[in-house]
Design a protein around this ligand. Structure first.
Ligand code: UFG
Length: 326
């Protein structure tokens, strides 16, 4: 199939593009390189340097080539920043998606896989979180993802578009075969911050609170390996095409690891001390988040394979070592 990967030069997008290429598809990457990297582009995939706010450019791309599907991963994703600068998130994430949807309709693209987020759920009311859990986002970033899911539902009804909204839990790790060379720049997430500390870019890392109601007092999250996520995109696209039906599903590992457990595993695997200081809680952090992925397993036959903590840390550490030594 001909696949347009919007945001395909980014951290998750580059893994997703690799997976589609490996499955024999033709990929065109559309990216403005604001956080995506040229290093993450593949010679087998066409590259278009474009912005999702540039409607004429999107329209040109989508009407000049006949795409069977598009994968939409282009978004700002820092929850904290979204609370300080909601306009930036509304414009890029929501307006950008409206442009994509309208261009897709004009270009006759009927299938969309969208990167949604567990941030749509907000504070958990029960665990593990399944797709029926109420959606009450705690931050504006999560709101933009939920809003886009609703837009997709309407475009499904009114424009006959089929979509898969994939609600990622905590995406982590790097390509299992070390094929992706570009490291995420200015990361805000736990594992890359631990890696930057291990490699010496940071002097120490901060643990945001150790007085939560969990076994060791630090927050528990469900970490999902990017290669698992990437496979989920391929399976989800197959599903919506074969069944002519849209889906909204969680992608997680169904396992919970505390910040301390992640840190200890990283110290063991890297052999580095990774200095850490416990500081105040970060606002908006629930104590525990874990996913139920029964729906992904039932509909897609998908299950996380690389999301044990050792593999998450090992593949991250490999990527950091390669990047630093090159
Ligand atoms: N943490 C630290 N120190 C840090 C960074 C994070 O202690 O320097 C802690 C956080 O407090 C949290 C855990 O590590 O308890 C994970 O934090 P991240 O910032 O890595 O991830 P979040 O759980 O806050 O959010 C991530 C994505 C969201 C997504 C969510 C889904 O960033 O976009 O997972 O579960 F919605």
């Amino acid at each position: 199939m001909n696949i347009l990967v919007i945001g395909g030069a980014g951290y998750i997008g580059s893994h997703v593009t690799r997976e589609f290429l490996d499955n024999g598809h033709n990929c065109t990457v559309y990216d403005n390189l604001s956080s995506g990297l040229r290093q993450n582009l593949y010679k087998e995939a066409l590259f278009i340097h474009g912005d999702i706010l540039d409607f004429p450019c999107l329209l040109d791309v989508m009407t000049n080539t006949s795409f069977d599907a598009l994968i939409h991963l282009a978004a700002f994703k820092a929850a904290g920043e979204s609370m300080l600068n909601p306009g930036k998130y509304a414009r890029n994430n929501i307006m950008g998606t409206i442009n994509i949807l309208n261009a897709a309709c004009q270009g006759g693209i009927k299938n969309i896989v969208f990167s949604s987020s567990a941030a749509v759920y907000g504070e958990p009311q029960y665990l593990p979180i399944d797709e029926k859990h109420p959606t009450v986002p705690e931050n504006f970033y999560g709101f933009t993802k939920l809003d886009i899911e609703r837009l997709l539902e309407w475009y499904d009804k009114l424009k006959n578009i089929r979509f898969a909204a994939l609600r990622y839990f905590n995406a982590a790790g790097y390509d299992i075969d070390s094929r992706i060379k570009g490291l995420e720049q200015n990361p805000a997430n736990l594992i890359p911050i631990i890696m930057e500390t291990a490699i010496g870019i940071r002097k120490e890392m901060q643990v945001f609170g150790n007085d939560y109601d969990t076994t060791d007092g630090t927050c528990i999250r469900d970490y999902i390996h990017v290669n698992d996520l990437a496979k989920g995109h391929v399976s989800a696209l197959d599903y919506i095409i074969k069944n002519d039906k849209s889906i909204t599903i969680n992608l997680g590992s169904e396992q919970g690891f505390s910040v301390t457990q992640v840190l200890e595993t990283a110290r063991k695997i890297t052999g580095k001390p990774i200095p850490a200081k416990t500081v105040e809680r970060r606002s908006g952090d629930p104590a525990k988040l874990t996913a139920s992925c029964s729906l992904a397993s039932e509909l897609l036959g998908w299950k996380a394979r690389y999301s044990d903590m050792e593999t998450l840390i090992k593949t991250s550490w490999e990527a950091y070592k390669i990047a630093i030594n090159s």
